[in-house]
Design a protein around this ligand. Structure first.
Ligand code: NCD
Length: 340
């Protein structure tokens, strides 16, 4: 089948373009279940250990919800203080223990490489929900799935990526996945010199040998010819000193006036969330764009469910059994997002 059976999903670097395509095809099949139009129990009896050692809202809840929507059960941890890591236990010991309780592990951790460390300690599949400044592969998959749903395959498009390119793991995975799946992308990296894209990500893009181009800028005005814009918050928790974060905060900002004035009329604007909403003058993405059809941010969050369902269904090898256990939705539910 897709070749994902029993596999870990830790880095985009390790994922084949065909495997990403299989995830997208399966996600499409999952949409009626994800958006409350049908019920499946295909993972009845299976257990997900959803281990989140760093703050999270969407990724933790959507991993859990995706597993539940396939009929499986979820055990969550949140933070480090309530786990035995705070008693000095090693991550490998924790992983080995959980590997005896669950069928899949999802993990978020502040240390780059943590998901791989867990995978090395267990014989069940591990899915990376973000490891330090490393990668966040499932976010990239839902980001690119959202692009394809709206615009089709972005071959030859100009894609501007702005914000904290150094520390934002979502960006590292996003750029790598685009480079792997498509041809001739014109990447524009917009950040201050200190926060520019790490060399290893640039190497992955050019190393794909798919006629991609890269150019770098420090002013947000470089979004003017983009077909797609992706902006992130400054990753406050990764800066060595609070002054360093304050120096960069609010330097790259997008609001409705800027989009109207300099961008293509149908530009697509993505943001992985959370956005920094604390003080208007420092918001990288203004609330005045809420509800604007150019902003796809909540399509991204909605698509987290079918994408994560697809990943679980493929690695647990049940994707072709989903239809066997279909039931109607018995509870009062809004019709949910229209299925494409
Ligand atoms: C991201 C993360 O944790 O890397 N959040 C998410 O999963 N959508 C992005 C961020 O925190 O800025």
């Amino acid at each position: 089948m897709s070749g994902l059976k029993g596999k870990d999903v830790i880095r985009i670097t390790d994922l084949q373009a065909e495997e990403a395509r299989a995830i997208f095809d399966t996600a499409k099949q999952m949409e009626p279940f994800a958006f409350r139009q049908k019920v499946t129990r295909v993972l009845e009896g299976a257990v997900l250990a959803n281990l989140f050692f760093e703050p999270s809202t969407r990724t933790r809840v959507s991993f859990g919800t995706a597993f539940n929507r396939l009929g499986g059960s979820v055990r969550d941890t949140s933070g480090t203080q309530t786990t035995s890591l705070s008693k000095g236990e090693s991550l490998a010991d924790t992983a080995r223990v959980i590997g005896g309780y669950a069928d899949v592990i999802t993990i978020r951790h502040a240390q780059t490489g943590a998901a791989q460390e867990v995978a090395n300690a267990v014989d069940i599949p591990v899915v990376n929900g973000g490891d330090g400044v490393g990668e966040h592969p499932t976010q990239a998959l839902l980001d690119v799935y959202t692009i394809e749903a709206k615009l089709g395959q972005p071959n030859g498009k100009t894609i501007a990526i702005a914000g904290d390119l150094k520390f934002a793991r979502v960006i590292h995975s996003f750029a790598r996945l685009l480079a792997k799946m498509y041809q001739g992308i014109n990447f524009k990296f917009i950040a201050s010199t200190e926060l520019q894209m790490p060399e290893n990500v640039r190497e992955s893009i050019l190393g794909a040998e798919r006629q991609h181009q890269i150019s770098t800028y420090d002013s947000i005005s470089a979004i003017s010819d983009a077909d797609i814009i992706y902006i992130t918050r400054m990753q406050e928790e990764r800066f060595a000193a609070p002054e360093d974060f304050q120096k960069h905060r609010g330097k790259l900002r997008i609001d409705r006036e800027l989009l109207d004035r300099i961008c293509k009329p149908n530009v697509m604007l993505l943001h992985p969330m959370p956005r920094d909403s604390r003080e208007e003058d420092f918001n990288e993405l203004s609330h005045d764009l809420d509800g604007d059809p150019r902003l796809a941010m909540f399509d991204q969050t909605d698509n987290g469910i079918p994408i994560r369902m697809a990943i679980f269904a493929l690695i647990l090898d049940v994707a072709d059994q989903v239809e066997k256990t279909v039931r109607p939705v018995n509870w009062h539910a809004p019709r949910g997002k229209p299925v494409r």
